[in-house]
Structures are given as C-alpha cells and as structure tokens.
Ligand binder design. Structure first.
Ligand SMILES: Nc1nc2c(c(=O)[nH]1)N[C@H]1C(S)=C(S)[C@@H](COP(=O)(O)OP(=O)(O)OC[C@H]3O[C@@H](n4cnc5c(=O)[nH]c(N)nc54)[C@H](O)[C@@H]3O)O[C@H]1N2
Ligand SMILES: Nc1nc2c(c(=O)[nH]1)N[C@H]1C(S)=C(S)[C@@H](COP(=O)(O)OP(=O)(O)OC[C@H]3O[C@@H](n4cnc5c(=O)[nH]c(N)nc54)[C@H](O)[C@@H]3O)O[C@H]1N2
Ligand SMILES: [Mo]
Length: 829
C-alpha cells in the first residue's frame, strides 16, 4: 500500500497497528526533491538522523553530486523505515546558500575570510602562548552532542593528554548530564538499561517529563501503532502541558513545576504501602531499601497533592497503574533533567523500577533518555565530564589503564578533580582563568541560560574564542576565529542513539567550499601542536574516520561500552547494532542488567557517587561500605522547594522547551522551508483562565519578564496548567525574516534571555524549566493567530479557533507499507 501524506499536517503519518509481543510492521517513508523520483536517484547513501536521539536509520538520495532527498531504512531495528518531519525535510539545510565556506579571523574588530593555514596557525600560536604563560588550565573546549564518535574521541585525547586540560565538556551538560548521573548513582555506571523493543512488550508505558510525540516522533508512531493494535498498553504521562501523550494517557498528572521529587516520592510511598514490591529482586540486586522506605513513609498522596497541586486521587491512580503493571517501561527526559532536583528525581524512577523488579526483561525497562543524536558518544568518549570508556577519575587503576591505552604517563591525564563542567567553564572564562575557549557544534549564545551574561563572557577581549560551525551563528559572530565545518551527509562517522544502537553515517556529497570535517580539523590542530606520547611517538596515530574508530575500539575494550565487535564495514548494509558488542555478544546486546548489576562493584564502578541534595562527592571508602558487593543502589531524596518561587512581581511559573518542527537554535530546521513555515517565530503559551484574567487574547504581542531579562512573542491560549507559561527556546536573533539582537531598548525573542544561571547540584545540568516570570501585553493582536503549530502541545484551547497547521504540496511524503521485496534488496546494497 502506498500513500502520499502531508507530513506537516499529519506528522506521525499513517498507522500500522500491531499487537502486544508482535513485531512492528515496516513502513518506508520517502521524501524527494521536486522533479526527482526513486528511479532518477543515482545513489542511495546510508546514514542515520542527526536531529534527535532516536537514531532513525535513513538513506540519502544523491543526484548529480547533490542531496535530493531521504528515505527510511526498513531493515533497521530502530525505525523500520519511518522518519519524522525534521528528518524528512531538514536535509535541505545542508545546501543552504549561507553555509560557511571559508575560515574567518577577526581583524580590526571585523571577521574576515582567510585560508585554513592562517586560521589554524592563529589557533596553534595562541594555544602555545597560553600553555607557556598560563598552563593547560587556561584552555577550554566546549563541544557538542552532534559530532561523530570518531571526532569526540580525537578531541578527548588531544584535550586531556595533549593539552592536559581538565576543561573539556559538551553541551550534553545541558542535555543528558542528568541521565548519565542518574544511571551512575543507581547502577554505578552510565549505560542505558532498556531498549526501544520494550515498547513492543510493555503493558504500561510511563513518560516522565518527556514529550515523546514531538521529540522522538518515530517512537511515538510505535506507541500509536500499539495503541491501535491488540492488547494495547496503558499510558501514564507526567507533564504540565497538554502534550499528545498527555491527551492519549490513561492517567495524566500535570504537576506544578519543580515538584517532581515530591510526586515521585508519593508514587514510591503508595507502591511500598500496597506492597507491590518485588522483594526477591530487591534482596538479590539492591542496597538501600530500608532507607528509601523510611524516607517516603510520610510522602502520602495527600501530602504530595498539596505540593504538586495535583488531586491526591489522581496520584493514587498513577501509583495503581505503576503498581499493577506486568511489564513497565518508563522514559525520563527534560521535564525531569532540566527541572528542580533533577538527579534526585531521575533516580526515583530508577528506584521505582528496581523495587518492582522491572528491569532486564522484555517490556520491563527504564530509558533515561538522551536528547541529542550523538550525546551518548560525547559521554562514552570522555568529551564531557567523564574519562573515556566510563573510567572512574577517582580510581587510580582506571587512570593507569587509560594511560596505557594512550601510551602516556598517568600524571599527564588530569584527574586531580572531577572534569570541569560547562557551567563552571563559562564561569572560569568570565573570571579570566580560561583564556581560550574552542566551541564546536554548539550555539551557546542562544542555548545557555541568561544570555546577556553569556554574550558578555564571549565578547571579552581577553578571551580567545574559536567557533567551529556550519553557519555564522549568534555565537560565531562573537568569535575570534570561525572554522567552517562539514556535517552529516558530507563526512563519514558513527554515532549511538539513546538505546545504545550504533549507526554508521556515510559521506554522500562533498562539503561546500573549503568546509572540512570536524575530525580533519582536530587532527590538523593535533599535528600543528605536535602532541607526543611518552616514547616520543605521535600521541594521535589515526588519520581518518575508520582508523579513529579502530583506535576507539581499543579504548573501549573490556569496558561497559565495548565496541570491539563492531567495525564500519559491519555497520554497513543492515541494521544498527546495540553495544556492548564484542566476542561474547557479536550481534550486540539489547538489554543491560538481564543477569544482575554488572558495573557497580567498587573496583569497576564509574563513580563513587554523590549526595543527591548537595552534590558532595563520596569517596571509595564510603562507597565500599554502602555497596561492597556491587548491587544497584536505591538512593532516597527529600523534596525541597524550587529556588525561585512566584511572587507578586513575578506571579507565573515559566518553562521552556521544544516544538515538533524545530531543532534547537534552528540552524538547520529554520533553513528547511516546510519546517520553518510550520513554526516561523516565537510564541508564549498561557492558560485560558490566566489570559482572561489579564484581558489577553490569542495573537496579542506579550512580554515575558524575569529578573534576568525579557522576551516578546505572540500569545497562544492552550490547555497548559494554569499559572504556567511556556516559551519554545528555538528562536535566537538569526531569522529568515529578520529577528534582532536585544539592544537594551527592545527585548529579543530568545527564551534564554529570561532563564537563570543555576544548576542541579549532582549533575550540574542547568535549570531551564523552573523560573518565576511576569506577563504583560505590549500590543493587541491584529486578529492573526500566534505562529504556533496546532498539531502539537501548542494546540489552541478552543479547537477550530485557529487555522490548522498544514504543509501543502511541498510537504507530501510517500509512505509504503509492505514494500515489495525487490526494493528491500536494493536498499541493503
Ligand atoms: N522536535 C524536536 N525534537 C527534539 C529536539 C528538538 O529541539 N526538537 N531536541 C532533542 C534534544 S537535544 C532533547 S534534550 C530532547 C528533549 O525532549 P523533551 O524532554 O521531550 O522536550 P522538552 O520540550 O524540552 O521537555 C519535555 C516536557 O517537559 C515538561 N516539563 C517542564 N517542566 C516540568 C517539570 O517540572 N516536571 C515535569 N514532569 N515536566 C516538566 C514540558 O511541559 C515539556 O512538555 O528532544 C530531542 N528531540
Ligand atoms: N531555554 C532552554 N534552553 C535550552 C534547552 C531548553 O529546553 N530550554 N535545552 C538545552 C538542550 S537539551 C540542548 S541539547 C541545547 C542545544 O543547544 P545547542 O547545541 O547550542 O543548539 P544547536 O542549535 O543544536 O547548536 C548546534 C550547532 O552546531 C552546528 N552543527 C551542526 N552540525 C555540525 C557539525 O557536524 N559540525 C559542527 N562543527 N557544527 C555543527 C549547528 O549549525 C549549530 O550552530 O540547548 C539547551 N538550551
Ligand atoms: Mo538536549
């Protein structure tokens, strides 16, 4: 069956229902440029999507050396051929006419074009001067969750063993630092326990602060297909906005912002009170049950109801759902990770699974989600605040082992303190101890909190800023050197999604102008700096993506994220493969912890843990006494109120987040016409009762102000929790239509003008989802609605009052169900 579907109007496409324990049918989505059809495509090149962490496998169509479209790969375990709207249309940004094609350097205050030798020489010279004058601690690297594994590994080696700096982190700090920390706190080590296949088997699926429909649309298609098939799952959704999952849920809880810990403690209280505890599992595999039980003893639903402003009866219903599940799958994302008490809350979801024994079996799994496509690799390669291969910086044996892999002295690798986290790096840059900051694959002048501060940090004369990007972003405009990077489709490499599936993404077309792959840029820098190992040989011995991958395999050998059974060739042709993949598991591993907890023993664990409330690090002695046998740890936490509560001046709660059609600061999705038009400008969501109390209507221009700053956007009245405002964070001042930088007089439109510089004590992830704000009208609307989609959580409260979001002819996508066998054969070539 073949259908042509407007995938802006119908983002999840047509249904392919299937029953519990069945296998998800294939559906191939194809989107080709006008005038191109499958027969005129000259080459299909294998890749996977780079605009979220789902890892949807796709092929890029090439005609005359140019990208001409994409199609889903039906043989892949993750998506079975389906693609979401961003993947169907986002590839067009690669060919945008405003791509950076030559390096730029700042001369007399202006960024001017130059050749690569000039730009790289300037960076190497400045690096050497700083190393000489101020030492390695004066140089910091801020990278991404969007480069490839081979690139992060190279960056980690050159920063940690070449420069010898402790200041290397990713924007993963803003993204999945809490996922990693929560896994480490509960299981002793990072590594996703569950798998997407658990969706096929679960009878209850619980989403905690995760707008699955908009941020992992392909897995939402899978849930929708199960909801329409036999023996459908029941859904629990915890989110203060009326997301699509919230509307489809059996139980929806819309708590007050920042009260997750109170709510989760009440859920645990009910499960223990009704004795839905798997005592055998708890006894065999965990420590800390008594303390957890006593911590939540007083956390009744009535107690939590007052804090969270959710009916106690509803909390009881949610606990009943979780307590009676035969196979429970939970996912956790930014509504927890970027909210108050992030790690403490995320850990309570691990506790829920541990006390119910819901782990390591089909359908029983927890997904502490990732957001960015390659965030997993930033973490495992040690380009964030960890050592490569999930090694423990406090364990001398682990540092010595890493030094062996790199053939350097252990003292070369900084391990005197935890690797510096991103928020601290910007603080050091502000204070002047960091003098060079190299930013790759991130746009902090839009994405970090409190933008007026970030702009002033980056604009300082004494700070030498290098920005490696595809476009002259808001951040690049503040740089001293701008390096034009090649990206997805223009370079080869691998990356790993949120359920540990490793995909290969091959080069399909040449990059524009002189743009170079990030790997080549890092290798060029390492060669100019002439980094050496302890025997005087080159520190970095690889020269291309494949040799970099082979080097990483040696570093990962025997570690939890063991890649030794993988190779670029093995990843070509078929499906992505889940790590660990080694001699023992040559086809990969679907679930971790099927046979007890494997990486929590004091000798092997990645961390000795932290106090969830203060963030104070434990040492090996404390860890050994808590967990001598390496079991899972049930860590309890008391609820504390958010730091910033509404008051008379700032009476609203404010949260920020995403919409279906855009990715982050829109450098790619803002340049794809179908996506841009679906949500062309910022908006502000408020509840009908709040709007009418202030006399506001749909489409009015409003201002949202916090103690940090203000932004302006059009009002959309939705069924959001009363007292809460929502602003999407995608809109910086770059715009196809003409956004502007805030100039003191007129506020801008970026959500982060208003957010606070504050972070979770354990994971150091910034709080984008708990602030107090004021709302006022700037100007009455002219009858036109806010530029917000109607297909998503931003749907108007009164249906039919705003025209439906549609894409039209340019958004038509071919969907084929039950593809003929010959097409499948051609695809696997
Ligand atoms: N379309 C799209 N998809 C994406 C991305 C994108 O930019 N656009 N980015 C990718 C990345 S990097 C990430 S990290 C993920 C993020 O994916 P999600 O976490 O799903 O997205 P968000 O919109 O940031 O936040 C999710 C929900 O948290 C809720 N929330 C806010 N505060 C609270 C709270 O205190 N408690 C609870 N329980 N919920 C709260 C919000 O209402 C929101 O609906 O998406 C990935 N996928
Ligand atoms: N208020 C608020 N702020 C938030 C969030 C929120 O929910 N609310 N979410 C946070 C989260 S979870 C995240 S992940 C961050 C995202 O924040 P950022 O990472 O800053 O946002 P992006 O727009 O994805 O920036 C990535 C940059 O890398 C460039 N790029 C893309 N591909 C490549 C490549 O191959 N090589 C190189 N060198 N560059 C490339 C893009 O052009 C873009 O400029 O935002 C955070 N900020
Ligand atoms: Mo993220």
């Amino acid at each position: 069956m073949v259908a042509s579907v407007d995938r802006i109007a119908l983002p999840w496409g047509s249904r392919t229902p299937y029953g519990r324990h069945g296998s998800w049918p294939e559906r191939q989505d194809i989107c080709l440029r006008e005038g191109v059809d499958p027969d005129t495509v000259q080459r299909w090149v294998q890749a996977a999507s780079i605009l979220h962490s789902d890892g949807d496998a796709m092929d890029i169509a090439v005609v005359d050396g140019r990208m001409a479209g994409v199609r889903g790969r039906t043989q892949d375990r993750v998506n079975r051929g389906r693609l979401g709207p961003k993947d169907l249309f986002g590839w067009q940004a690669n060919a945008s006419p405003d791509r950076l094609t030559r390096p730029l350097v700042r001369r007399d205050g202006q960024l001017v074009e130059c050749d690569w030798a000039t730009a790289m020489d300037r960076i190497a010279t400045r690096s050497r001067e700083l190393l000489h004058e101020r030492g390695p601690g004066s140089i910091g690297f801020y990278t991404s969750g969007q480069l490839f594994l081979e690139e992060y590994y190279t960056l980690a080696v050159l920063a940690r063993a070449g420069i010898g700096t402790n200041h290397l982190d990713g924007n993963t700090r803003l993204c999945t630092a809490t996922a990693a920390e929560a896994l480490k706190e509960s299981f002793g080590c990072d590594g996703q326990p569950g798998t997407y296949d658990d969706i096929d088997h679960a009878d209850v699926i619980a989403l905690f602060g995760h707008n699955l429909a908009e941020t992992q649309p392909v897995q939402w298609m899978r849930v929708l297909d199960r909801l329409e098939g036999g023996d459908p799952p029941r859904l629990l959704c915890v989110d203060p906005r009326p997301t699509r999952p919230a509307r489809a849920a059996t139980v929806h809880l819309a708590p007050r912002l920042g009260t997750n810990v109170a709510l989760f403690n009440a859920l645990l209280h009910e499960i223990i009170r009704t004795d839905r505890v798997d005592h055998d599992y708890v006894e065999a595999h965990t420590v800390g049950f008594e303390e957890l039980a006593s911590r939540v003893e007083d956390c009744t639903p009535e107690w939590a109801a007052r804090i969270c402003d959710v009916p106690a009866a509803r909390i009881g219903e949610a606990a009943e759902l979780l307590g009676t599940a035969d196979r429970l799958l939970s996912t956790v994302l930014q509504g927890v990770y970027q909210s108050h008490q992030a790690t403490a809350a995320a850990v309570q979801i691990n506790n829920l699974h541990l006390i119910r024994g819901m782990l390591g079996r089909p359908g029983a799994g927890v997904l502490q989600m990732n957001g960015q496509p390659t965030a997993q690799n930033t973490r495992e390669c040690g380009a964030n605040g960890d050592l490569p291969g999930f090694r423990n910086w406090q364990n001398d044996d682990h540092v010595a082992d890493l030094a062996r892999v790199w053939n350097v002295d252990p003292e070369t690798i900084p391990h005197y303190a935890p690797p510096t986290h991103a928020m601290q790096m910007f603080r050091y840059a502000e204070q002047g101890s960091i003098r060079m900051l190299w930013i790759s694959g991130s746009n902090p002048a839009v994405s970090l909190p409190e933008l007026s501060r970030i702009r002033s940090v980056l604009a300082q004369d004494r700070l030498f800023v290098v920005v490696q990007d595809l476009f002259l972003t808001e951040t690049a405009q503040l740089a001293d050197v701008v390096l034009p990077a090649a990206t997805w489709g223009e370079k080869t490499g691998t990356f790993t999604n949120a359920d540990r599936t490793v995909h290969l993404s091959d080069k399909a077309v040449d990059p524009p102008g002189e743009a170079r792959p990030d790997l080549d840029i890092f290798l060029d820098y390492a060669a100019r700096m002439d980094f050496r190992d302890k025997d005087g040989g080159p520190l970095i011995t690889w020269h291309d993506p494949e040799s970099a991958f082979e080097a990483w395999k040696r570093c990962s050998a025997g570690r939890p994220c063991d890649y030794t059974g993988l190779s670029h060739d093995k990843l070509r042709g078929g499906s992505g493969i889940q790590w660990p993949c080694n001699e023992r598991a040559p086809e990969g591993t679907d679930r971790l912890y099927t046979d007890g907890i494997s990486w929590a023993h004091p000798d092997v664990c990645e961390t000795y843990g932290k106090d969830l409330v203060t963030g104070a690090a434990d040492d090996v002695v404390e860890y050994r006494s808590l967990n001598p046998d390496g079991k899972a740890m049930l860590k309890a936490a008391a609820y504390l109120p958010p730091h910033e509560a509404p008051d008379e001046e700032y009476p609203f709660q404010l949260t920020t987040g995403r919409t279906l059609y855009h990715f982050h600061t829109r450098t790619k999705t803002g340049r794809a016409p179908q996506l841009n038009e679906a949500a062309p400008d910022v908006w502000v969501e408020a509840a009908p009762s709040d709007a009418s109390a202030l006399g506001l209507d749909e489409g009015d221009l409003v201002e949202v102000a916090t103690p940090r700053g203000a932004l302006r956007g059009r009002l959309r009245v939705t069924d959001i929790r009363p007292g809460l405002l929502f602003v999407p964070f995608h809109y910086g001042y770059w715009d196809t239509g003409g956004g502007h930088a805030p100039d003191g007089g007129t506020p801008g439109r970026a959500a982060n003008e208003t957010t606070v510089t504050d972070w979770d004590p354990a994971s150091k992830q910034p709080l984008y989802k708990t602030a107090a704000a004021a709302l006022r009208r700037v100007e009455r609307g002219d009858g036109r609605p806010a530029p917000a989609p109607t297909t998503t959580a931003s749907a108007p409260s009164r249906a039919g009052t705003v025209p439906d979001t549609v894409g039209g002819p340019s958004a038509l996508v071919t969907e084929s169900v039950g593809a003929p066998p010959d097409r499948r054969k051609e695809q696997s070539e």
